[in-house]
Design a protein around this ligand. Structure first.
Ligand SMILES: [Zn+2]
Length: 485
């Protein structure tokens, strides 16, 4: 197929399927009572079960099952009341038992889909529940090879769901849209903190290319080690181009697992792809098959909160937001709730959106914060909006106050009082300043009256400087026009 594509000089298209691993934010691990918490000292959250000591028996975490079923309902999947757990056998020190408990032929959900902003529908194959592995850190002084490996088993046994898509994604940008949409939905249901940089959302991609207009899938590579949305886009772009180059020079594409090297910006061959039979799956004899009561499943379905797509539509209708603003503000459940609180407290949804999408966002990004990690309170941002609208402070001062809110969670009243940022809208006080400026600058007055309208800006600037930025600029302008016109 590739050869004929080359002979005919056909354009090729990318075919991408994603396997997304999501750590569930349960209190305890998947099969034992150890804490499920990121960032604890290495090997401090382990027990005989997650260390795989002889005789230890696993017990299924009901909350993890609930979270997976709710995810299935949110994504329109068929949730199966009957499933089972299987052992996936492999020998690698990140799994002390030498097998991982996963689900092989009876996943908890099948089907479902994710709709992208482009309108494309990405079908899901399945979502299954498994346990996470430990974390290896290759260390030591040698440059190209590490001298030794440190293993942290805190992560071993953390509940993990694997969301497998069909190969319905057509470009690296669509892959990013898919992840972003999925992240938003998971954040709204509250089943995971979906932090890619902490590894609670991880993604592997199956990539192949084929001539445009054909249906048969080409030989695929599985790309691993992508640690951010940006690296997903970069890695997939590189891999697709690498495959196109292979077909151009007549080199066969081989099925393999390739690792993404963030610093070099390339993918490299890791190993030839394993087949399922290499893992010798069999039902875990320590766990009885899972059977979920129909009434319980129905309760979980009814407990689902409002999801991003309906929230987007509501924000547009209820608050008059643009599709873009509504999209950004509903990406994370916490951000959406923050916006609604500010909109309600200030009574001005448009300004709430403008501040959150503008100065607040800039300040957050500058300091590596997010709305949820910033100490800012919705009531304080609403108060700031009210101060600007009433003319109590000017635009420049408002930006300064905003930074204090975002960084230190301070009350805007306190910041304005402490720094003397209050603006003078008092007409008689402003008139004194403006009159003095006019008296000192007769040539600008003459120029303005002679048709040079720019002279007015100069006079406004002088008056603002005179008032050390505290005069209300609208009051200054109207007093000047009153004097000159
Ligand atoms: Zn444990």
């Amino acid at each position: 197929m590739i050869d004929s594509a080359r002979e005919q000089g056909l354009e090729t298209e990318a075919v991408i399927g994603l396997e997304v691993h999501v750590e569930l934010s349960t209190h305890s691990k998947m099969f034992c009572g150890c804490r499920n918490q990121f960032g604890a000292p290495p090997n401090s959250q382990v027990c005989p079960v997650c260390l795989g000591l002889p005789g230890a028996l696993p017990v299924i975490n009901g909350r993890a099952v609930e979270y997976l079923c709710k995810t299935g309902f949110a994504l329109g999947c068929t949730v199966s009341p009957y499933s089972k757990f299987d052992r996936k056998n492999y020998f690698y020190p990140d799994m002390p038992k030498n097998y991982q408990i996963s689900q092989y032929d009876m996943p908890l959900t099948t089907g479902g889909s994710v709709t992208l902003v482009s309108g494309r529908k990405v079908r899901l194959n399945r979502i299954h529940l498994e346990e996470d592995t430990g974390k290896n850190t290759h260390a030591g002084a040698a440059i190209s090879r590490s001298e030794y490996t440190l293993i942290d088993y805190n992560r071993a046994g953390v509940p993990l769901m694997e969301i497998v898509s069909e190969p319905d994604i057509g470009s690296p940008q669509e892959a990013e849209q898919y992840l972003s949409e999925l992240k938003g939905i998971l954040s709204h249901i509250g089943v995971s903190d979906v932090k890619m940089h902490e590894g609670s959302l991880r993604c592997d991609a199956n990539v192949s290319i084929r001539p445009v207009g054909t249906q048969r899938l080409g030989v695929k590579a599985e790309v691993k080690n992508m640690n951010s949305f940006r690296s997903v886009v970069r890695a997939l772009s590189f891999e697709i181009e690498r495959m196109r180059e292979c077909t151009r020079v007549g080199q066969p594409i081989v099925q393999e697992t390739r690792g993404w090297d963030e610093s070099r910006g390339v993918t490299h061959s890791m190993r030839s792809k394993e087949q399922a039979h290499d893992y010798r799956y069999f039902p875990d004899p320590d766990l009885v098959p899972l059977s979920i009561d129909a009434a319980l499943l129905e309760r979980w379905r009814l407990e689902l909160p409002e999801l991003p797509d309906s929230k987007r539509a509501r924000f547009a209708a209820e608050y008059g937001l643009s599709a873009y603003d509504a999209g950004v503000l509903t990406q994370e459940a916490g951000d959406a709730a923050f916006f609604e609180a500010v909109a309600k407290a200030s009574g001005d949804a448009k300004q709430a959106a403008n501040w959150l999408m503008g100065d607040v966002r800039k300040c957050l990004q500058l300091h590596g914060l997010t709305l949820s990690s910033s100490p800012m309170k919705p009531a304080h941002l609403a108060a700031l909006i009210a101060m600007v609208k009433s003319g109590a402070i000017g635009g420049k001062a408002a930006k300064e106050v905003c930074d204090e809110l975002v960084m230190h969670g301070r009350d805007p009243q306190d910041v304005v009082g402490e720094r003397g940022l209050a603006q003078t809208s008092d007409a008689s006080a402003v008139a004194v300043i403006v009159d003095a400026v006019v008296a000192r600058n007769p040539e600008s007055v003459t120029a303005y009256r002679g048709g040079k309208l720019k002279a007015l800006d100069f006079l406004i600037g002088q008056a603002m400087r005179e008032s050390r930025g505290k005069a209300n600029v609208d009051v200054v302008r109207s007093r000047l026009q009153e004097l000159l016109d």
